[in-house]
Design a protein around this ligand. Structure first.
Ligand SMILES: [Zn+2]
Length: 410
C-alpha cells in the first residue's frame, strides 16, 4: 500500500483507509453511442477517516475540470422535491433576515438558478457561481447573473470588490465537491459581511454509514461530513458553526449548517457534537466494519436480481445519477441484468451508463415496455418517483430499493 495523502482539511498524515470500491469510471461520464468502443478511464475509489479532524474523505483527486465542466449533466430543476425544499429555504431567509433590494445573496454551485430565482422573485439582489458551463448559461438565460468559475479565495475577493460583501451565502451539496477545502471555506469567510449568514447543506456521514449508502461515494464527492469535522474546518477560517437542521428525506439524510463570523452556538449544535462523541462517530471504530456492510449489499442485490432474471422476469432501473453509476459498477450490474435505465433529464437520454453500458431512455419507456421490476438507483427520490410512476405500479410493476438492504417494495 503506497503512503496515504495528507488530510484534505487539517493536513494530518495519519488517514485510516476503511473502504475500497475498486477501479471505477467517473460516475457522471455518461457515454454517447459512438464512445462505447473506446477505452474508458478508470480511477481507484478509496475512502479514509482522519482521526485528528474526523473528516471522511476519498484519497483520489480527479481534476475538477474533468468532473464538473467536461461531462457534468446534473440539473437541479429536474427534481420537484429539491425545488420545494429550496423554495421554502429561500422564503424563510427572506422573512427572517429581512432581505430586500439592498441585500446580496450569493449561491455557490448555483446550478441552473433553481434556488436563487426564489430570492430574485422577491426583489433581492442575487449572484450565482457555478463552473459548469451549460448550467451557468441556463441560469444567465433565466435572468440569474451567474459567474462560470470555480469558487475559492481569489474569486471571493474579486466578487466582494465588484459586488460588496454578501449578506447571505448558500452552498448546497458543493462542499463535498471541493478538493481545496481550505481555499473554499476561506473564500466564504472573505466574501461575507460581519453579520452575514452562511448556510451549507450536505449529506450526513452518519446516515451514509448506518444506512449503507455507499453509492453516494464517487469521485465528485471528495469529503463526507459530520458536525465535528465541519466545526473544526470552519473555525480554522474564523467562522462559527452556530446552528444545525436535519432533513432525513433529502439525499438520504442531509444536514444544513448555519455559520457566521460571530459565535452564537445553539444548544442544537452542542447536542450534535456531544452525540457524535458518544456514538463513536469521532473514532475509527465507527467506520471499520463498513466494508463488510457494503459487501453484503452487493451479494444480496446480485442474488435478488439474478434470481428474478432466472425466473424470466425483466428488470429496468430508475435514475442515471452518479450514485447509480457507483452502484452498478461496484455491484457488477450490466445489460444482462438490467435492460435500460430511465431518467427525466433530457440531457442524459440517448446516452449510456459509464462502465456497464446500459442505455438511458425517457421514463415513458417504463410504461411502453412495462418491465416486471425497476431498480431504484435514485433511491433518494423514492417517494417522488413512486408518485410519478403510479401507473407503472398499477399495471403490476414493482420497484426494488438497493439500500440499506435490497428489497422489493410494496
Ligand atoms: Zn483531518
Amino acid at each position: 500500500m503506497p503512503e496515504l495523502p495528507p488530510c484534505r482539511s487539517c493536513g494530518a498524515s495519519e488517514l485510516h483507509l476503511f473502504l475500497s470500491l475498486g477501479d471505477v469510471p467517473l460516475a457522471d461520464n455518461l457515454l454517447r453511442p459512438e464512445a462505447l468502443q473506446e477505452l474508458e478511464p478508470r480511477f481507484p475509489l478509496d475512502v479514509a477517516f482522519c482521526p485528528r479532524c474526523c473528516l471522511v474523505q476519498i484519497l483520489e483527486e480527479v481534476p475538477p475540470q474533468q468532473l464538473f465542466v467536461d461531462n457534468y449533466l446534473y440539473f437541479s430543476s429536474f427534481s420537484d422535491h429539491l425545488l420545494d425544499h429550496s423554495r421554502r429555504h429561500a422564503e424563510r431567509l427572506v422573512e427572517d433576515r429581512g432581505l430586500g433590494p439592498d441585500s446580496l445573496v450569493v449561491e455557490l454551485a448555483s446550478n441552473d438558478g433553481y434556488l436563487l430565482r426564489n430570492f430574485r422573485n422577491r426583489g433581492v439582489r442575487v449572484l450565482g457561481v457555478d463552473p459548469a458551463p451549460a448550467q451557468a448559461q441556463a441560469a444567465n438565460d433565466a435572468g440569474i447573473p451567474t459567474v462560470a468559475e470555480f469558487f475559492g479565495t481569489d474569486l471571493a475577493k474579486r466578487l466582494r470588490d465588484e459586488h460588496g460583501p454578501a449578506d447571505v451565502v448558500i452552498a448546497n451539496n458543493v462542499m463535498a465537491h471541493v478538493p481545496e477545502l481550505n481555499d473554499f471555506v476561506g473564500g466564504i469567510a472573505a466574501l461575507v459581511a460581519d453579520d452575514a449568514l452562511v448556510t451549507v447543506e450536505n449529506p450526513y456521514v452518519r446516515d451514509l454509514i448506518i444506512h449503507g449508502e455507499f453509492d453516494t461515494i464517487y469521485h465528485e464527492h471528495f469529503s463526507y461530513y459530520s458536525c465535528t469535522s465541519v466545526d473544526t474546518l470552519v473555525r480554522r477560517h474564523g467562522l462559527y458553526l452556530n446552528d444545525v437542521e436535519y432533513f432525513p428525506d433529502l439525499h438520504g439524510g442531509t444536514l444544513r449548517w448555519h455559520m457566521g463570523r460571530t459565535p452564537d452556538v445553539s444548544d442544537t449544535v452542542s447536542a450534535y457534537l456531544a452525540r457524535e462523541r458518544e456514538t463513536g462517530l469521532t473514532g475509527f471504530g465507527y467506520y471499520r466494519d463498513f466494508a463488510l456492510t457494503v459487501e453484503r449489499i452487493r451479494t444480496d442485490l446480485l442474488d435478488l436480481l439474478g434470481g428474478l432474471r432466472s425466473q424470466g422476469a425483466s428488470i429496468a432501473a430508475y435514475g442515471a445519477a452518479a450514485k447509480g453509476s457507483t452502484l452498478i459498477n461496484y455491484v457488477g450490474i450490466g445489460p444482462e441484468l438490467v435492460d435500460f435505465v430511465v431518467d427525466r433529464n433530457t440531457y442524459k437520454q440517448g446516452k449510456f451508463m459509464p462502465g456497464m453500458h446500459i442505455p438511458i431512455v425517457d421514463p415513458q419507456v417504463l410504461l411502453d415496455r412495462q418491465p416486471d421490476y425497476c431498480l431504484l438507483l435514485a433511491w433518494n427520490f423514492t417517494d417522488e418517483i413512486l408518485r410519478q410512476q403510479e401507473e407503472y405500479v398499477r399495471r403490476g410493476g414493482r420497484f426494488i430499493r438497493p439500500v440499506p438492504v435490497p428489497e422489493i417494495l410494496g
